[in-house]
Write a protein that binds this ligand. Structure first.
Ligand code: MF3
Ligand code: CO
Length: 248
């Protein structure tokens, strides 16, 4: 079942989403060579708590931190550690916050100092693919339309669209129905309705689309060690289109 949120639930989800967006903005100036991912995690934890929310990811299936920090060939679910960011890295930061029982979820990939032209291209196209996916959303559209739009856009650049991980509904649970794949067939899949809230989150590799699980049983890495980017927004489906709840 795909939940339809009431106006009051939507108010709470707007606040949860705003806190996630503000946490991203809070972290951004710290994303520089020399900072450790654990330091970023602590900054995020404090900011989320101070905002009256709790970090959605902490203890989710035993996840040990507040945010996910995935560097270079790490696709998603990198665990914050004492690793220091280096100039030329890209880092995907995934943040979830729960406000009065409702979640917001958003990931963004940041450059660390000056990065290669290839990595810049990867970030630009992955961010754009998120908007390509979002732009087809409105009441009456289908979930397959989203993945189709993302894959169609990415195909032009010969990048790898990860299939093993997908977007999802968001609400009182961080992950709700429906699954929102980043590939698909137009006119297929569940019908979107006004009041649904979903997270769209393309994960795109500079190389092949293959990924595998790292030794820590959390970190997903690319099969060919190529860099990977991840952009995610939680959005409300409206009659005419959509509203981004996790605006930065
Ligand atoms: N934003 C991530 C997702 O939607 C959630 C991180 S998984 C966790 O897949 F286990 F770290 F919480
Ligand atoms: Co998500």
């Amino acid at each position: 079942m795909i939940s339809i949120k009431t106006p009051y639930e939507i108010e709470l989800m707007e606040i949860a989403g705003r806190i996630v967006g503000e946490t991203h903005r809070h972290l951004e100036p710290y994303i520089k060579p020399g900072i450790t991912t654990k330091e970023l995690d602590e900054l995020a934890y404090k900011f989320i708590i101070k905002s009256g929310a709790t970090p959605s990811f902490k203890d989710y299936d035993g996840y040990p931190a507040s945010i996910c920090t995935s560097i270079n060939e790490e696709v998603v679910h990198g665990i914050p550690s004492n690793r220091k960011l280096q100039k030329g890295d890209i880092i995907s930061i995934d943040i979830g916050a729960c406000y009065k029982g409702y979640h917001g979820d958003s990931a963004w990939t940041y450059p660390v100092g000056e990065i290669s032209t290839e990595k810049k291209m990867l970030l630009e196209h992955t961010e754009q693919s998120l908007y390509e996916g979002l732009n087809v959303i409105k009441a009456g559209a289908r979930v397959g339309d989203i993945g189709y739009a993302i894959s169609k856009y990415i195909k032009k650049f010969n990048l790898g669209v990860v299939r093993e991980l997908v977007g999802h509904g968001v609400g009182t649970q961080l992950h709700e129905m429906p699954d929102v794949p980043n590939y698909g067939v137009q006119g297929t899949g569940p019908i979107l309705k006004e009041g649904m809230v979903i997270a769209v989150e393309p994960m795109i590799n500079l190389g092949t689309r293959e990924v595998f699980m790292g030794d820590d049983e959390w970190t997903v890495v690319t099969g060919d060690d190529s860099p990977s980017a991840h952009f995610e927004h939680t959005v409300l489906v409206t009659k005419e289109g959509f509203k981004i709840l996790t605006k930065r």
